[in-house]
Design a binder for this molecule. Structure first.
Ligand SMILES: [Fe+2]
Ligand SMILES: [Fe+2]
Length: 162
């Protein structure tokens, strides 16, 4: 069984993952209003992934004889200045999530909680990939600036995400 403190912190992480999911769903809604369906598709996929992250922690709590206690999900931003602004926010949000996972890892090490440490190993790697993916798209949006053809080209590419 994991400590009560760890269970509390994992519950907070469930909330952060679901807030991430809600944030990306809100970004998908924005892209749909812009007619950028490839960007919307990418964000819907991202929202599903974040929900799955939350569910990994949810199931883990029960594996460790603890319970999930769901908290209110904060309202995400609903308006964005541009596709670039969305990906700047995505990157900074992922950095925030990374910092949260790193704090959980520090607690696991401090408590010699190796089972949770092994679960968190997966999340540490996942965060490297998440930041890299957001940074890659952010950088290409920076290159094309407000060139419509450039944005449409990226949109077509993001439509292919599976
Ligand atoms: Fe996540
Ligand atoms: Fe993420």
């Amino acid at each position: 069984m994991i400590s009560e403190k760890m269970a509390q912190r994992l519950n907070d992480q469930i909330n952060l993952e679901f807030f991430s999911s809600y944030t990306y769903l809100s970004m998908a809604a924005y892209f749909k209003t812009q007619g950028l369906n490839g960007f919307a598709h990418w964000m819907l996929h991202q929202a599903d992934e974040e929900r799955a992250h939350g569910m990994k922690f949810f199931e883990y709590l029960y594996d460790q004889d603890r319970s999930a206690v769901l908290q209110a999900i904060k309202q995400p931003h609903t308006t964005f200045a541009s596709a670039l602004a969305v990906f700047e926010e995505t990157l900074s949000h992922e950095k925030h999530v990374t910092a949260s996972i790193v704090e959980l890892m520090s607690l696991a090490l401090e408590e010699k909680d190796h089972a949770t440490r092994i679960l968190l190993d997966w999340f540490i790697n996942e965060q490297v990939e998440e930041e890299a993916a957001a940074r890659d798209i952010r950088d290409r949006l920076k290159l094309v600036k407000d060139n419509a053809m450039g944005i449409l080209l990226i949109d077509r590419e993001l439509a292919a995400r599976t």
